[in-house]
Write a new protein. Structure first.
Lengths: 308, 297
């Protein structure tokens, strides 16, 4: 008989090497994909690792660290690491920034998404993008030079670098975040909602007030939260614009120091491995956790509306 | 004119409310433009006396109170360039994973959360991380390498987010067509998805440049120094393990640490930094607009 019948039609077989190369590449892709988790974990690990020894050292109390207002890291006789005044500094500057930025940010988001023509919208979005691109050290420089002079001449305060200055600068920095996320949230409301409103004879403002704001509530909240996250984590701008006084501010014109600025100001002087150095890392861990909570909450809030 | 369709007081009221709302929101939006214009304008005016090519190419003189910014400018180029080399491949591949490979399960939701959080970590915490991980644990010391790696991790979310957006804008039908002729997932990505999104990815890389160039805190404690002697106009003054100057940090130094600095000097430094960053961003914006007009689907 003739040779065995050729049972199968010849399949186009890729060279083994190509298949292997593709497998290898996909492995690299997967690895890169999970790198974000690795990096976040690594950040927490390495920052905490530098901070850990002081947590268990004698004479350090976590309660004092969190709730004491006495920050005397280099005192010769009685060293105290209380960050409460710094926390209050962060909170006060952030709060003022939000009081200024939230109305403007949400107002601009509403205008962009509902009121203006496509052309104006494109222009404004470019402006907002450029605004958000200004480096924080330039904002800090503006606070230090322009804003502080303005504040001194407007209020007669002895120094221009204070809560007010930092708050205004931070507001300008977080407005772009609030606008762009807020606009996304409004855009995510289905058009059928708008059509229903218009069919009932609502004006745009009535539509915004009665329909869109309630519907986009969660997304707008997330926008504000991300603005808060940006403001809390901001370093160089507040370092330069808020002055350097470690105390609880009594008025808007008092100088303060924030958690972030404190690390930036003192890390260079703290000898590596000293308690002071480790406490600064501990402050970093605290900041990491604060922004983690803020960001997770924002994400959770956004996800909440998508489920619905 | 009081015909059958005359406005009732109710309608008139709601129209007034409408124009007031429009006016207020419009003003709030216009208020965004004002600071941008004022800040840029003011800085340029104050910087004008020293702003020149000479200022860019010259080295700092007389204890940094005079002269130019060349070492800082080159240092920033080094930091940005090296951080880009590290973060672009990782970021693009991570975005490909998230957009093309990842199924919707708990693990990939965790990856997404990690990306979001990485973007939210304060810059000073990145600095602490860079100090703990690269400078000490990895023993890279205070060097361009440590600073660039810190910057790379910091700007990773930027490239991931914009690459994902670019990939997601390629219609699903393109992929399906490619799968139907028997292509594997990676072949599809290579032959269809990447060519159709490459300019979007490029925009992301550009944005990353601008972000990395402006950062101060992460480089301040990992490799950037106040002063480093460099030849005027020298393009290759630094090695990978050297410390370097950086434009952002130089601005901070001039503004806060150096006494009796020539008036216009910090302003001019700010203008160069801000100008470079805004120029880079404007490029990204133009690429995006050009792309959108060219798109056929």
């Amino acid at each position: 008989m003739s040779a065995e019948p050729r049972a199968r039609t010849a399949r186009a077989v890729r060279p083994r090497a190509a298949v292997l190369a593709e497998k290898a590449l996909e492995a690299v892709i997967r690895l890169s994909g999970v790198s974000a988790i690795v990096f976040v974990a690594a950040i927490f690990f390495f920052v905490l690792r530098e901070a850990a020894p002081v947590l268990f050292s004698e004479g350090f109390s976590l309660k004092q660290f969190l709730f004491s207002t006495e920050w005397y890291p280099t005192s010769a006789t009685n060293v105290r690491y209380g960050t409460f005044a710094l926390t209050v500094g962060t909170v006060s500057v952030t709060a003022l920034a939000m009081v200024l930025a939230v109305p403007f940010g949400l107002g601009a988001a509403i205008f962009l998404s509902e009121f203006c023509s496509p052309r104006v919208r494109e222009t404004l979005k470019v402006v907002i993008e450029l605004l958000s691109a200004i480096p924080s050290v330039v904002w800090g420089f503006v606070g230090l030079t322009v804003m502080s002079k303005l504040i001194v001449s407007a209020t007669g305060a002895p120094v221009g670098v204070n809560v007010l200055n930092g708050g205004i600068i931070l507001a300008l920095m977080s407005v772009p975040v609030i606008v762009s996320i807020g606009e996304d949230a409004l855009k995510a409301v289905p058009d059928s909602f708008r059509e229903a409103g218009v069919a009932l004879g609502a004006t745009r403002w009535q539509l915004v007030y009665r329909v869109l704001l309630p519907a986009a509530k969660n997304g707008l909240l997330a926008a504000v939260l991300l603005g808060v996250g940006r403001a809390v984590g901001e370093t160089m701008a507040v370092l330069m614009a808020t002055g350097h006084a470690v105390h609880i501010p009594g008025s808007l014109l008092d100088s303060v120091r924030t958690l972030t600025a404190n690390i930036a100001a003192e890390l260079g002087e703290a000898p590596s491995g000293s308690d002071h150095y480790r406490v600064l890392f501990l402050t970093g861990t605290l900041l990491f956790l604060i922004t983690l909570v803020v960001n997770l909450t924002a994400d959770f809030v956004v996800r909440g509306i998508r489920r619905k | 004119m009081a015909g059958r369709f005359a406005k009732t007081p109710h309608v008139a009221r709601k129209e007034i409310a409408e124009s007031i709302a429009r006016g207020i929101f419009g003003l709030m939006s216009a208020a965004m433009i004002l600071p941008l214009v004022l800040i840029v304008g003011y800085l340029v005016v104050r910087a004008w006396p020293v702003l020149s090519w000479e200022f860019l190419l010259d080295v700092p003189k007389r204890g940094m109170t005079d002269g130019g910014i060349w070492p800082a400018f080159v240092g920033t180029l080094y930091l940005v360039g090296i951080s880009l080399l590290v973060s672009t491949p990782i970021g693009v591949l991570a975005a490909i994973y998230l957009n093309e490979y990842a199924k919707d399960n708990w693990f990939n939701r965790l990856v997404n959360l990690a990306v979001i959080n990485l973007a939210g970590v304060p810059s000073i915490v990145h600095a602490l991380f860079g100090l703990g991980a690269f400078v000490y644990a990895a023993r890279f010391g205070y060097s361009i390498l440590s600073a660039s790696l810190t910057l790379a991790i910091m700007t990773l979310p930027v490239i991931i987010a914009s690459t994902r957006e670019a990939l997601a804008s390629v219609p699903m039908a393109f992929r399906e067509a490619c799968w139907n002729v028997g292509a594997t997932r990676w072949q599809t990505v290579r032959a269809v998805v990447l060519p159709n999104s490459i300019s979007g990815i490029l925009t992301g890389v550009i944005l990353q440049v601008s972000r990395a160039a402006g950062e101060t805190a992460p480089v301040m404690f990992t490799g950037a120094v106040f002063f480093k002697a460099v030849e005027r106009g020298d393009l290759f003054p630094y090695g990978l393990t050297d410390q370097c100057m950086a434009l952002s940090m130089h601005l901070y130094t001039l503004a806060t640490q150096v006494p009796n600095v020539k008036e216009a000097l910090p302003y001019a430094t700010a203008v160069v930094l801000l100008g470079s960053v805004l120029l880079v961003n404007a490029t990204a914006i133009f690429v995006r607009i050009w792309l959108r007009n060219r798109k056929k689907w």
